[in-house]
Write a protein that binds this ligand. Structure first.
Ligand code: SF4
Length: 56
């Protein structure tokens, strides 16, 4: 069963329910990226806000 990889959104977060699985891409058409910091200064400060943990 192939997934609907969006080649414009690379992602390695396999724990997300929207991850393609076999390929390192997101399957969503669009994602939101945000930050949990008041003054982000490093890559670690940014988050994919479309992340949803894979159930079971
Ligand atoms: S929603 Fe975000 S974390 Fe989840 S697969 Fe897509 S890009 Fe990755």
């Amino acid at each position: 069963m192939g997934c609907n990889a969006n080649k414009s959104i690379g992602c390695t977060v396999h724990q997300c329910q929207y991850h393609c699985g076999s390929e390192n891409y997101c399957t969503l058409e669009k994602i939101n990226v945000g930050t949990h910091e008041s003054n982000p200064s490093q890559v670690q400060c940014t988050d994919c806000e479309s992340f949803k943990v894979k159930s079971n």
